[in-house]
Design a protein around this ligand. Structure first.
Ligand SMILES: Nc1nc2c([nH]c(=O)n2[C@H]2C[C@H](O)[C@@H](COP(=O)(O)OP(=O)(O)OP(=O)(O)O)O2)c(=O)[nH]1
Length: 139
């Protein structure tokens, strides 16, 4: 069986809770993989970056928020099994909780942004790895 064991590292943020107990979710724009589905925002970790550095960069690029890397905590991961994705590179998605941020959300690279309760997050249609992370995320 042919396998590609080299995972693509991706990092995502559970940003919150805000003053109303909500968390920031991003709806992936048309034309991208998993378009229309709601994800914990983030993106690919570039060579030489730590997950925290990648998250600070991605969130600033995508919505203008400035995250405090000192207020981030690891909250788990989800990975594609290589056997199920033999044609493309499997994904390793890391989730970090970000409790401190600065600025207001603006949609800088497309997609929709929404502050959601945990109950709302559980109802949103999500990509598979985000769905698994959301199922075990309790704030
Ligand atoms: N968040 C998330 N991403 C997933 C899942 N499954 C899966 O193949 N991916 C892919 C989609 C993207 O190629 C990559 C996430 O990186 P990204 O958020 O920077 O993707 P993007 O399409 O916005 O970036 P780009 O390729 O245009 O640079 O992981 C999943 O379950 N959740």
């Amino acid at each position: 069986m042919k396998r590609n064991p080299t995972y693509l590292p991706v990092v995502a943020a559970a940003i919150g809770p805000d003053g109303e107990g909500r968390w920031l979710m991003h709806r992936r724009p048309a034309g991208k993989a998993h378009a229309g589905l709601w994800e914990f925002p983030g993106g690919k970790i570039e060579p030489g970056e730590s997950p925290r550095e990648a998250l600070v960069r991605e969130i600033a690029e995508e919505c203008g928020l400035r995250l405090d890397p000192g207020a981030m905590r690891e909250r788990g991961f989800a990975a594609d099994h290589p056997d199920t994705r033999q044609d493309v590179r499997p994904i390793l998605l890391l989730l970090l909780h970000c409790a401190v941020w600065d600025g207001e959300v603006r949609s800088l690279e497309g997609g929709e942004w929404r502050w959601c309760s945990l109950a709302e997050i559980s109802q949103l249609p999500k990509p598979p790895l985000d769905a698994r992370l959301a199922a075990s995320f309790s704030g």
